[in-house]
Write a protein that binds this ligand. Structure first.
Ligand code: MTE
Ligand code: MO
Length: 322
């Protein structure tokens, strides 16, 4: 397998903000101690010194057996191609590991995703501790192809597998005064090197939705990607996917869910409230304070295309905001 560092992306907003530092391919190789470029595994190329892939290559996802699942064609994306799997799984935002997108997948080697439980608390009839397998067995699993739009103007189109968030919400029996749902990511600094690198950030990562957004049919809990268990760099074993909102709302590696009667703070709104508000719907007409949101660049093809209001999902969600 080649280590692929996208070339020619320097100078794009997402490489310089908010604090991301773009490392050249040579610097990355040096940083990770790989000692060469174009390393491959299992085809006779010699690699000196230990495990150059930090355990990534040997990793067997314990949740692979749940997938593939049947695709739900209601959520097709026709106007743009599917992103290559290698791009979606090697170009990530997951600050717990690194602020450098092409490094994340190479830093997840210590991250343990089995066993995994999710704590449910707050205003609901079924608080408690849920094993990930309980959830994956309880709800109907399906595949959905969704657009994903990062606030930094890169975008992808990928097949997620999982279950509708509304199924989980209705199972947990929120009380009538539960108007918001809050999610929290794993807090594992010994397994997530980016957390200690950035002690000033308000870890662990936290996000939230209004309850009417959470029970919208689009809100999805993904445990799979491209027909397999979701890779750790993409938020294993369970992440939120809310495709009409900027990517940072789609919180990864969830360990806690709370039902609340007040709007919760979010990681990014606490860091920069004027730049990352709670709602954060994709909107080409509302520029980020530091850059335009009118267009976006597709991973894989590098094509620059017009950004769509609600990321193209207005027919499903526009009435939530009237
Ligand atoms: N816990 C956590 N969740 C997160 C992030 C993060 O840094 N930590 N980054 C967000 C951002 S900014 C984006 S664009 C998406 C990226 O998902 P992907 O790497 O699977 O493409 O994850 C979101 N979820
Ligand atoms: Mo993002």
């Amino acid at each position: 397998m080649l280590i692929k560092i996208p070339k020619g992306w320097q100078g794009k907003e997402w490489e310089v903000t908010p604090e991301g530092i773009y490392l050249s391919r040579r610097e990355l190789v040096k940083t990770l101690g790989l000692g060469g470029i174009g390393l491959s595994v299992g085809c006779g190329l010699s690699v000196t010194g230990g495990d150059p892939f930090n355990g990534v290559e040997q990793f067997v996802n314990p949740y692979d057996d749940y997938f593939p699942v049947v695709r739900n064609d209601r959520y097709e994306v026709n106007e743009r191609p599917l992103t290559d799997e290698i791009d979606a799984t090697q170009y990530n935002n997951f600050y717990e590991f690194s602020v450098q997108k092409t490094a994340v997948w190479q830093l997840v080697g210590e991250f343990r995703i089995e066993p995994w439980t999710i704590e449910v608390a707050g205003l609901c009839g079924r608080p408690g501790t849920y094993d990930i397998d309980d959830l994956l067995n309880r709800f109907e699993l399906e595949e959905r192809i969704y657009r994903h739009r990062c606030v930094e103007t890169w975008a992808m189109t990928v097949p997620w597998s999982g279950f509708a968030l509304r199924d989980l919400v209705s199972y947990l029996e929120p009380s009538s005064d539960a108007s918001y749902i809050r999610f929290v990511t794993a807090d594992a600094p010994t397994q997530m090197p980016g957390m200690t690198e950035r002690p000033e950030y308000p870890w662990p990562y936290y996000e939230g939705l209004r309850m009417d957004e959470a029970v919208n049919e689009l809100s999805f809990m993904a445990a799979g990607l491209y027909g397999r268990g979701i890779p750790r760099q993409n938020g294993a074993p369970l992440r939120l996917v809310v495709p009409w909102k900027y990517g940072y709302k789609s919180i990864k590696s969830i360990v806690r869910i709370e039902f609340l009667d007040q709007e919760p703070a979010t990681f990014w709104s606490d860091l920069a409230p004027s730049e990352y508000p709670f709602i954060s719907n994709v909107d080409p007409d509302v520029p980020h304070p530091r850059w335009s949101q009118a267009t976006e660049t597709l991973l894989t093809s590098r094509e620059e295309v017009d950004t769509l209001k609600y990321n193209g999902y207005g027919e499903f969600v526009a009435d939530l905001y009237e």
